[in-house]
Design a protein around this ligand. Structure first.
Ligand code: GDP
Ligand code: ADP
Ligand code: 5GP
Length: 213
């Protein structure tokens, strides 16, 4: 992807299913509802859960359509997770970043690897639950998956968590508000990076340094 320093920041967020990725991203967007950040809506072949809306939580596609998009190079990254395909549409990400909007990708570790490779400026955050027992409890309390799905997600949690050290930041989602505050610090710090501030405040910096030398 061709980028400029004024582009939005790309954040990769990964965690074992049920650790609280979606809740943390949603809460952060609610606190910054000024259009400065967006979550990417992935495509998936999994069935919608009760209450999930096409185009809001995911773009729900059949396998043939998903595979056609792979062939058309329409995905920025894609992966098979829990026997379903998941992928991030290339066009939406590129356009949103170009508008200077920060983008969050709620993706698995395989997708995270692809994005880091394609876009090394991306910052990646891994979210851990405080314990395995809490993770299982959260999956159950969400009340959207049956016992067999919960068991397979718990089994997959170990392999997802084993990739945590590939990420730039680690958050433990024990107390939700504390985890949210820490997440927000990561995002806001990234917005103040020198290269971006130099573009944003070019005129001010010129004035401030007018008498230099
Ligand atoms: P959750 O784990 O409860 O949020 O369940 P989901 O069904 O929403 O997500 C399943 C898995 O697919 C998670 O590991 C997500 O991070 C991953 N995932 C979701 N969207 C994408 C995507 O666009 N690309 C990739 N690579 N992974 C995704
Ligand atoms: P993920 O997107 O990682 O699969 P969710 O955001 O759907 O996880 O969270 C799973 C469940 O755990 C949800 O019911 C959510 O409300 C709950 N949850 C998330 N974070 C916390 C927390 N810190 N304390 C208690 N419950 C939480
Ligand atoms: P769920 O089915 O519970 O919504 O998601 C299961 C897993 O798939 C989560 O770990 C989620 O992060 C991952 N996932 C969701 N969308 C994508 C995506 O677009 N790409 C990749 N690689 N993983 C995704």
């Amino acid at each position: 992807m061709t980028t400029s320093t004024a582009d939005g920041n790309l954040f990769i967020v990964a965690a074992p299913s049920g650790a609280g990725k979606s809740s943390l991203i949603r809460a952060l967007l609610d606190r910054h509802n000024d259009g400065s950040m967006q979550v990417s809506v992935s495509c998936t072949t999994r069935a919608p859960r009760p209450g999930e809306e096409d185009g809001v939580h995911y773009h729900f596609l059949d396998v043939a359509t998903f595979q056609q998009k792979i062939e058309d190079n329409a995905f920025y990254e894609w992966a098979k997770v829990f026997d379903n395909y998941y992928g991030t549409s290339r066009q939406v990400i590129e356009e949103t970043l170009r508008q200077g909007i920060d983008v969050f990708l709620d993706i698995d570790w395989q997708g995270a690897r692809q994005v880091r490779e394609a876009y090394p400026q991306a910052q990646s955050v891994f979210i851990m639950p405080p314990s395995l027992a809490t993770l299982e409890q959260r999956l159950r309390s969400r009340g959207q998956d049956g016992d067999d799905i919960i068991a397979s997600r718990m089994a997959k949690a170990q392999s997802e968590m084993s990739h945590y050290h590939e990420f730039d930041y680690l958050l433990i989602n024990d107390d939700f508000d504390q985890a949210l505050a820490n997440f927000e610090h990561i995002v806001l710090a990234r917005r103040q990076r020198m290269a971006l501030q130099q573009v944003r405040h070019a005129a001010k910096l010129k004035d401030l340094l007018a008498n230099d030398g």
